[in-house]
Design a protein around this ligand. Structure first.
Ligand code: PEP
Ligand code: MG
Length: 559
C-alpha cells in the first residue's frame, strides 16, 4: 500500500480505480496518405461519431435548458453533414491525398472565412459554428477523450490541476473523487467539488505517479490522504468511516424543516451556492432557504461560444422555477483571473487577479452585459430573483451597472415582455476598497454579499490559487473579520441586509462570530446547510458575543 498526503478540500470517503485526466493535445500534423480510400473512411467514422455526440448533447440541453438550447446542437449536427462541407473535405483527401486532420482544418478555415465575409450578421455568426463542428471532428480524429474520462466505471480522477472550465465539463456520474497535484482550498475546482458533494484532495505534488493509473485506491477527503493499493485494514477502516458518515448524515436529515435560529432566538438565513440549474436539486434536498450565489460564469464556461440571451434565459428560468418561490441570487458574469474562457479572447495579463475581470469586463464590453441582464430580467417573471455584481471597487461602477439594469427594464417594458419590477440588486464585497467605502455603497444597493475568498486574497495580498502560501492565507485573520464587522455595521445603518457567500460562511469555527457580528445570511455549499443549521441551533449568542467582539475589536487574545 502507498499512502500519499495532500490537503483535503472536500470531505467524504471514495473507493475505486485511479484514472489520469486525458487532456486534449491537438497540434496539427500534415502528411500525404497512400491509401486515400481508408483515410476517407477514417473521416466518415469521425463525422458519424461527431453527429452522434451532438445528438446526445442536444438531448441533454433539451432536458436541462429547453428546446432553444437543443437547437444549437441540432444546427451543428446539420453542419457536420452539410454536403458542400463534406465534398470539400473529400476532394482534399481523395484527390490531393491530404490526411483527414489537415483536410478538416483547411475546410474549416475556408468555410469560416467565407461565412465571416458575408453581409448578413446571422451568416457571419455561422463562422464560429463551422469552427466548432470541425474542432469536434478533429478531437475525434486525434483521439481526444470528450470530458476527459474514457472509462465505463466511475473513477478517482487524478490530474496535475483542473481549470474550472475543465471541471465543469466533466461527466460527474463518472467521478468518485478528485485528486490533484496542484490546487488550493479556495480554488474554483475545490469549490465545485464541494458544491457537487465529491471528495477532493489537492496539493499532492509529484507523489501521484503515472504508473498508478488503473490501480485500486481509496481517498479520505477529511484527512487529505490517498491510499494506492490499500491493504485490508485500511479498506475496512475507511468503509467503516463512510458508514459512520452516513449515520451522521441521517442524524442531520432530522434537521430538515427546522428553523435556523439560535438558542436565544436570533434568526439567520442559510442559502446555497450553486453553479448550474441542476444544482437546485441538492439545494432543495438539503432544505436551504434559497440560493445566495449562482455563479453564472459556469454557464459561459460550459459553452464553446457566447451563450445567447435565450440560452441564458432558459437556464435562469429553470433555476428560478425549480426553486418554487424561494429567492435565487444570480451573480453576473465573473470571469477573468483563474476562470478564463477562450472565446472572450482576453489579452494575456501579468496579474490576472488584479486585472480585467468580472464587472470590469461587463462595463468594458456592455454588449455582453446587456445580453445577460436581458436574460436575467426576463427570467425574473418566473420566480424570486436577486442580481448581484462581483468585484466592485467604486461607487461609479455600481451606478453604471444599475443604469444598464434600468435600460434593460425599459426595453422589456417597451417590448411587452414581463419581468419583476422588484428584483433586488446587490453587490459582492470582495475588495478592501468596497469594504472601506461600504457606508457609501450601501446607499446604492439592496444588499451586500461578502465574497470572503477574494476578500481574503486581496486583504492579505495572498493568491487564493497558491497552495504553497499555506498559513499565510488565513481567512480567520482579524483584518478580514474586522472588515466583515465594518461592512455589516454600514449595511445595517443604511437599512440593507448583508450575507457571506465565500467559503468562510460554512466554517463552523466562525459561526458564533458571524452571529455576533449580526450577519443576516450565510450562503454555503448544499452539503454544508444542515451542519450549519445544527451549529446555529446549538449557539447562544448572548453568552459568547461580548468575548468574541472583545477579541475581534480589542487587543485580541485568540487572533
Ligand atoms: C468569493 O470571492 O468569495 C466568491 C464567493 O466568489 P468566487 O469564489 O467565485 O470568486
Ligand atoms: Mg470572488
Amino acid at each position: 500500500m502507498i499512502t500519499i498526503q495532500g490537503k483535503g478540500v472536500s470531505t467524504g470517503v471514495a473507493e475505486g480505480p485511479l484514472y489520469f485526466y486525458k487532456r486534449a493535445v491537438t497540434t496539427l500534423k500534415r502528411y500525404t496518405v497512400e491509401d486515400t480510400e481508408s483515410e476517407w473512411n477514417r473521416f466518415k467514422d469521425a463525422q458519424q461519431k461527431c453527429i452522434d455526440q451532438l445528438g446526445e448533447l442536444a438531448e441533454k440541453a433539451r432536458e436541462e435548458a429547453g428546446d432553444e438550447a437543443a437547437m444549437l446542437f441540432e444546427t451543428h449536427q446539420m453542419m457536420a453533414e452539410d454536403l458542400d462541407y463534406e465534398e470539400t473535405i473529400q476532394a482534399l483527401i481523395m484527390e490531393e491525398a491530404n490526411n483527414a486532420e489537415a483536410a478538416v482544418t483547411d475546410t474549416s478555415v475556408q468555410f469560416a472565412e467565407m461565412f465571416a465575409s458575408m453581409d448578413d450578421t446571422y451568416m457571419q455568426a455561422r463562422a464560429a459554428d463551422v469552427k466548432d463542428v470541425s474542432d469536434r471532428i478533429l478531437n475525434i480524429l486525434y483521439g481526444v477523450v470528450q470530458g476527459g474520462i474514457d472509462s465505463d466505471v466511475p473513477v478517482i480522477l487524478a490530474a496535475d490541476d483542473l481549470a474550472p472550465s475543465e471541471t465543469i465539463q466533466l461527466d460527474k456520474n463518472k467521478i468518485l473523487a478528485f485528486v490533484t497535484e496542484g490546487g488550493s482550498s479556495s480554488s474554483h475546482t475545490a469549490i465545485l467539488a464541494r458544491t457537487m458533494g465529491i471528495p477532493a484532495i489537492v496539493g499532492l505534488g509529484d507523489q501521484m505517479k503515472p504508473e498508478f493509473e488503473g490501480r485500486p485506491a481509496m481517498v479520505d477527503g477529511s484527512t487529505g490522504q490517498v491510499y494506492v493499493d490499500p491493504d485490508e485494514g485500511t479498506v475496512a477502516n475507511l468503509r467503516d468511516k463512510r458508514r459512520r458518515q452516513l449515520e451522521y448524515q441521517q442524524m442531520l436529515d432530522e434537521l430538515k424543516g427546522k428553523e435556523n435560529v439560535t438558542l436565544d432566538g436570533q434568526h439567520i438565513r442559510v442559502f446555497c451556492n450553486i453553479g448550474s440549474p441542476e444544482d437546485v436539486h441538492s439545494v432543495l434536498l438539503n432544505d436551504a432557504d434559497g440560493v445566495g450565489l449562482f455563479r453564472s460564469e459556469f454557464l459561459y464556461l460550459n459553452c464553446d461560444d457566447y451563450p445567447t440571451e435565450d440560452y441564458q434565459f432558459e437556464a435562469y428560468k429553470k433555476a428560478l422555477s425549480d426553486m418554487d418561490g424561494r429567492e435565487v441570487i444570480i451573480r453576473t458574469l465573473d470571469i477573468g483571473a483563474d476562470k478564463q474562457i477562450g472565446y472572450f479572447e482576453l489579452p494575456k495579463e501579468e496579474n490576472p487577479a488584479l486585472g480585467n475581470r468580472a464587472l470590469r469586463i461587463c462595463l468594458n464590453r456592455p454588449e455582453i452585459f446587456h445580453t445577460q441582464l436581458r436574460a436575467l430580467y426576463r427570467a425574473s417573471a418566473y420566480g424570486h430573483l436577486g442580481i448581484m455584481f462581483p468585484m466592485v471597487t467604486s461607487v461609479w461602477e455600481v451606478r453604471e451597472a444599475k443604469k444598464m439594469c434600468e435600460q434593460v427594464k425599459s426595453e422589456l417594458k417597451a417590448e411587452g415582455i414581463p419581468y419583476d419590477e422588484h428584483v433586488q440588486v446587490g453587490i459582492m464585497i470582495e475588495t478592501p476598497a468596497a469594504a472601506v467605502i461600504s457606508d457609501r455603497l450601501a446607499k446604492e444597493v439592496d444588499f451586500f454579499s461578502c465574497g470572503t475568498n477574494d476578500l481574503t486574497q486581496y486583504t492579505l495580498a495572498c493568491d487564493r490559487q497558491n497552495n504553497d502560501l499555506g498559513r499565510f492565507f488565513n481567512p480567520h485573520h482579524p483584518a478580514v473579520l474586522r472588515l466583515l464587522k465594518m461592512v455589516t455595521d454600514n449595511a445595517h445603518k443604511n437599512g440593507i441586509w448583508v450575507g457571506i457567500c465565500g467559503e468562510l460562511g460554512a466554517d463552523l469555527e466562525l459561526t458564533e462570530t458571524f452571529l455576533s457580528i449580526g450577519i443576516d445570511e450565510l450562503s454555503v455549499s448544499p452539503r454544508s446547510v444542515l451542519p450549519l443549521r445544527k451549529k446555529i441551533r446549538e449557539t447562544d449568542v448572548s453568552k459568547v458575543r461580548d468575548e468574541l467582539m472583545d477579541d475581534l475589536l480589542g487587543e485580541g487574545k485568540i487572533f
